[in-house]
Design a protein around this ligand. Structure first.
Ligand code: PRP
Length: 208
């Protein structure tokens, strides 16, 4: 049976394609894709390229069997599908960051800007703090610089964005990496194909 795979396009796609190739998939059509978003040439694997949060929508609605997506999105959306494998690529981390004069012990209720309100809420709940959260769509680092928020919760990979905007880390929240998730029904119906792909990917990860 054909496995339908939703792959997060962009950075995740580039990091995961070598692993998928090692696991036996012909990834050349994706490498040379131009503006194409769907790849049905291989009878074993049909692949689509989608934005991370949309990968889970396709999976949750049963339009796709397998999703390859960052754990940041899985955690933020509290994904109910099966998280089967950590692909150990796309590694980065969530941090609380701000300007040097930020006081984590300030008594006034903090305002936190983030693309990830649920992860932010969870973090402050675990340390017993009630904060106001402002949802931002990108370039979150701007928020403390212009007085929109006291601090941000965001992803750090190399640390360059924080450094170049004179922000520093005040707390480490949780790690992030790319995961393979499976639709519950697909796992029953295509068990052999899914397990084979996972085993091949596990081998590819170990060889890396
Ligand atoms: C992400 C993240 C940081 C940056 C961190 O943003 O939100 O801004 O990467 O990477 P670094 O530590 O290597 O500098 P992204 O590039 O996805 O764009 P965005 O700001 O539009 O979300």
């Amino acid at each position: 049976m054909t496995l339908k795979i939703a792959l997060t396009k962009g950075r995740t796609e580039k990091q995961v394609l070598p692993l998928l190739a090692q696991a036996g998939m012909d990834v050349e059509p994706i490498r040379n894709k131009g503006r194409r978003l769907i790849f049905n040439d291989d009878p074993k694997y049909h692949t689509i390229l989608a934005k991370g949060p949309d990968v889970l929508t396709y999976l949750n609605r049963g339009a796709m069997d397998i999703g390859i997506v960052g754990s940041d999105i899985l955690d933020e959306q509290r994904n109910p599908q099966y998280d089967m494998l950590d692909l150990r690529t796309g590694r980065c981390r969530f941090v609380l960051a701000s300007t040097a004069n930020f006081d984590p012990g300030q008594t006034r209720r903090k305002i936190i800007a983030t693309k990830y309100p649920n992860i932010t809420q969870d973090y402050f709940a675990t340390i017993g703090e009630d904060v106001e959260i402002i949802k931002i769509e990108g370039s979150v680092e701007l928020a403390p610089l212009v007085g929109l928020a006291d601090a941000i919760v965001d992803i750090v990979e190399t640390g360059t964005t924080l450094r170049e905007n004179h922000l520093q880390v005040f707390a480490e929240l949780r790690p992030v990496s790319t995961h393979l998730v499976v639709n519950r029904l697909a796992l029953k119906q295509k068990q052999v194909e899914i397990q084979t792909l996972i085993q091949n990917l596990q081998k590819a990860i170990q060889e890396d």
